[in-house]
Design a protein around this ligand. Sequence first.
Ligand code: UT7
Length: 320
Amino acid sequence: MAIVYGDRAHNVHLTGTGRFLPPGVITNGELSRMVDTSDEWIVSHTGIRTRHIARGLSVTDMAVGAARAALECAGLAPQDIGVVVATTVTPERRLPSLACDVQANLGIANAFCVDINASCTGFIYAVDIVARYLATGGAKHALVVSAEKLTDIMDFTDRTTCILFGDGAGAAVFTASDEPGGLLGSYLAARGDGGAALRCRWDGCIEMDGHEVFRFAVRALPEAVGKAMALSGRDLSELAYAIPHQANRRIIDAAMRRCGIPPDKVAVTVDRHGNTSSASIPIALDELNRDGRLRPGDLVVLVGFGAGLTYGAVVLEVSD
Ligand code: UT7
């Protein structure tokens, strides 16, 4: 589905970001003592050196930490938020939703709350959904929070998956306003017939065909970037940053090369965090923001892919 935010009543701006990374870390050396692997293999095939693990913390704890930071960054009180959308593939339980847990923990009294699962593309899907809601006057402020405790669904005897994933949460606040800029274009897509390439098996642990997912990703990311950029009406040469889903350094490099985006414009956190599924993009966004690397007027593309198979991209201009 492709949308130009042209018929909107309001523009939608990014007004706050936050992240929560649990203090626990697993190194490649530690994984090498658990499965038949090595630091050399992991770094050369994935670019990953460390990933966080939420020992003694729940996915809700991480989501609340990231959401609180994003609200503070936006300068908003919890009761200012009218929509909470949470994304996760590792909810603590089937119900109530993670979004309602975040609401309860932070006192976001005036919001409706819902979870969506688009796997690693969850944040991109959520941003597009809340943007349309805000653009048509449904609320003034929305909170998107993406939190994942992937170590809960890891088979730590399977070297082809357990080296890749980590835990963490990222969040962003979006605000409807009549100022120009903000979200300019978005493109969401899915290929459900490819779902067998990446899924949870009978015991709930992740299994995947790494080659198939790799091939999909290096085609899907350029397609999504191209479509979202075209819909935004802006040129690739104007981009300040691309923030791709952080799955594998080789996927990021190959896909961004195909897009024609130079390496110095590409955000990379996979070396330190591994793959945190839907949390990876908002975590990287918050790192750029808090490091002072995002300036008003900067054009940024966020682009993801994941199980489903799902993919999509969002183009935004950083607000004052
Ligand atoms: O959010 C999306 C999540 N999924 C992904 O992003 C996955 C995308 N795919 C990938 O990132 C890569 O395909 C992997 C990192 C999973 C694998 O890298 P690869 O370069 O495609 O390696 P490979 O599967 O071709 O395996 C090469 C060899 C094999 O041994 P043989 O058959 O050549 O003897 C594997 O058994 O490496 C072996 N191998 C390992 N060796 C040491 C696989 N995993 C490991 C390991 N340590 N952890």
